[in-house]
Structure formats: C-alpha cells, structure tokens
Design a protein around this ligand. Structure first.
Ligand SMILES: [Zn+2]
Ligand SMILES: [Zn+2]
Length: 182
C-alpha cells in the first residue's frame, strides 16, 4: 500500500474523517522515497511508539515489500497497525507501524515536520504515560472509554487483568492498556 508523504490520510475512513491526518511512511516497491535515515534518538522513539502506542489495528498483515521476497513469511518484516504524532501547529501525521523498519533497515527519511512532531514528546516514557493516562504519541490526557475484564497467563499462572480502552481526541488514536485487576 503506497501513499505519497504528506498527502491527506484516507486509508481507514472512520479515522480519516474523525481525525484528519497526513500520510507519512507508506512505502512500496517501485515508488521512490527520500533516504538518509534518522538520528538514533528518533529511531528509538519510533520503536517506542510502535511498541506501545499503535492504533487502528487491522485484521490483515502488511509485509515490507522493499525486502527481498522469501518463501518464509516468518522472516519478513510486517505491520498491522498505525501510529500518530501531532505537530506544534496541531497537524496530525499517520504512519504505518512498519515505518520503524523502513527507517532502520531501508534508510527511509520521513519529512521534517513528522520528525519534529515525533520528537516533541520524546521525553515521555511509557511507564509515565501509563500511570497518568497520557497519550504516548501527543502527551494529551486521555479519556477511559471502557474497560474489559479478562485473564492473562504469566509464567503459567492465571492473573486477573483489566484492559482499559483509551481514546485520544487530540491525535485520534484509540488503544487498550492492560492493568492488573487488584
Ligand atoms: Zn524491509
Ligand atoms: Zn494523542
């Protein structure tokens, strides 16, 4: 799936209409992209967001088609969700979670406004965001939309947990975080 950098995001329609954003990092073989990579702190921040702040998970997996195609899907880079960051002027940017792979393996260089937006909240650690219900992508206070009770298995032991769903109105993300059910 290819979208040119900084064109209006339209991939998932509901997300596009409730929180308009600009595309960044939707690369595909055959479409040239700017290269040069990013400084290590920005790469690390991307990895952090992809791991803890992904939104809009889709059912399908997207594979990186810039990597050599192998018969073995297990070894290919893939993604199934998106991240959002917000610039100082309020502009939202929507990138696939594969963007971390594109930057670190294929030397992709995202547009400057995206990088600035990414680094605006670079000091916000996951632990702090989690403790205070802050959005990892834009540092806004998030509303708890709903909670689901469940069970997770840790080291063979069953442990009651609460999955709390958050909506961030500022950047338009929506995701769940898991807490122990005390
Ligand atoms: Zn690749
Ligand atoms: Zn946010």
């Amino acid at each position: 799936m290819w979208f040119e950098d900084l064109t209006p995001y339209a991939y998932l329609q509901a997300a596009a209409s409730s929180a308009p954003a600009l595309n960044v990092g939707w690369l595909e073989n055959g479409h040239p992209f700017s290269s040069g990579g990013l400084p290590p702190d920005a790469v690390e921040r991307l990895a952090h967001l992809v791991e803890f702040g992904a939104t809009n998970a889709t059912r399908g997996m997207h594979f990186c088609d810039l990597c050599a195609v192998t018969d073995d899907d297990a070894s290919r880079a893939w993604g199934h969700a998106e991240i959002r960051v917000v610039g100082a002027d309020g502009t939202r940017y929507a990138a696939p979670t594969l963007i971390h792979h594109y930057v670190s393996v294929h030397n992709y260089q995202p547009p400057r406004p995206f990088v600035d937006a990414l680094m605006r909240v670079a000091d916000l650690r996951w632990e702090v965001a989690r403790e205070r219900d802050l959005c990892l992508g834009c540092r806004s206070q998030m509303a708890r939309a709903r909670t689901d009770k469940g069970v997770r298995v840790v080291d063979g032991r069953r442990e009651p947990v609460v999955a709390v769903w958050f909506d961030c109105e500022s950047c338009g993300t929506s995701y769940s975080r898991m807490f122990a059910d005390e």
